[in-house]
Design a protein around this ligand. Structure first.
Ligand SMILES: NC(=O)c1ccc[n+]([C@@H]2O[C@H](COP(=O)([O-])OP(=O)(O)OC[C@H]3O[C@@H](n4cnc5c(N)ncnc54)[C@H](O)[C@@H]3O)[C@@H](O)[C@H]2O)c1
Length: 258
């Protein structure tokens, strides 16, 4: 029993897809999965941006594959799944880390920006879950981790009418898929982090007043580091969470606690 417990987090032999694999979080998630034994397919809009991540995964002794894929395009997503199955024969885990952020006051929110947020964050997440979910259904197992945000939990004065709404949709999509696909032995959960200092949040970091607004809402008093996120991904991607589905795991220094 104790030996089995110790191996619960081992991902040796598992095949994972990480979308947004050239992004700050996607890259570190891919490396974290590889460190726990997984072979990893990383995706981004262009192959060139993924080469560094692929090299780093291979240095960890795992296999890696880079596939160009715009997650908002059905054809791209289907090709991604086809390439993965062709190379590795299966898909055990999907992490949907591709995403964008745009902030404007609600009263002036450009509809093009709103639509782009829905297209990439919501439709892009759904397309990936749907295409990978079909492979997992055939296999009879799989784990999907969507990447949400604390902005899905509550409103914020920083202009999140589009981004927050898109992540709220990701939360409900996660619960919906978990409910529909439990019978196929597919677990679907979300991680919902608070702010990291990445290219996505650069403009917040550069605005001292806004930065302080963010930090004042985090009881632990600091932004997240990617190391804070990896544990939740390994947990939700491994046997340790086999009886957990439809959950949104906030990785937020207490931000949503009070
Ligand atoms: N950084 C944060 O503070 C934070 C907090 C909570 C949630 N998140 C979420 O985490 C995820 C990753 O964020 P990040 O900080 O690594 O951002 P990032 O900008 O560093 O990475 C996002 C990646 O997604 C890719 N991408 C964008 N549109 C795409 C598309 N149509 N198809 C394929 N790839 C596309 C980008 O090229 C980029 O590589 C996002 O979903 C974001 O909403 C980030």
């Amino acid at each position: 029993m104790r030996e089995a417990a110790a191996g619960m987090f081992d991902l040796t032999g598992r095949v994972a897809i990480v979308t947004g694999g050239a992004g700050a979080l996607g890259r570190d998630i891919a490396l974290g999965l590889a460190a726990f034994g997984a072979d990893v397919v990383v995706t981004g809009r262009t192959i060139a941006t993924l080469e560094k991540t692929v090299g780093e995964i291979e240095k960890l002794g795992r296999s890696a594959l880079a596939v160009a894929c715009d997650v908002s395009r059905k054809d791209d997503v289907e090709a991604l799944v086809q390439n993965t199955v062709q190379r590795f024969g299966k898909i055990d885990l999907l992490v949907t880390a591709a995403g964008i952020a745009k902030r404007f006051p609600a009263e002036d929110f450009p509809i093009e920006a709103f639509e782009q947020l829905m297209d990439i964050n919501v439709k892009g997440t759904f397309l990936c879950c749907q295409a990978v979910g079909n492979v997992m259904k055939e296999q009879g197992h799989g784990k999907i981790i969507t990447v949400s945000s604390v902005r899905a939990f509550a409103g914020h004065p920083g202009g999140y009418a589009g981004y927050g709404t898109s992540k709220g949709a990701v939360n409900l999509l996660t619960k919906q898929l978990a409910t529909e696909w439990a019978k196929y032995n597919i677990n679907v959960n979300a991680v919902a982090p608070t702010i990291f200092w990445t290219p996505l949040t650069q403009e917040v970091l550069e605005d001292e007043q806004l930065k302080q607004t963010f930090l004042s809402r985090i009881p632990m008093g600091r932004a997240a580091k990617t190391d804070d996120l990896i544990g939740s991904i390994i947990f939700l991607g491994s046997a340790a969470s086999d009886f957990i589905t439809g959950q949104v795991l906030y990785v937020d220094g207490g931000c949503t606690a009070g």
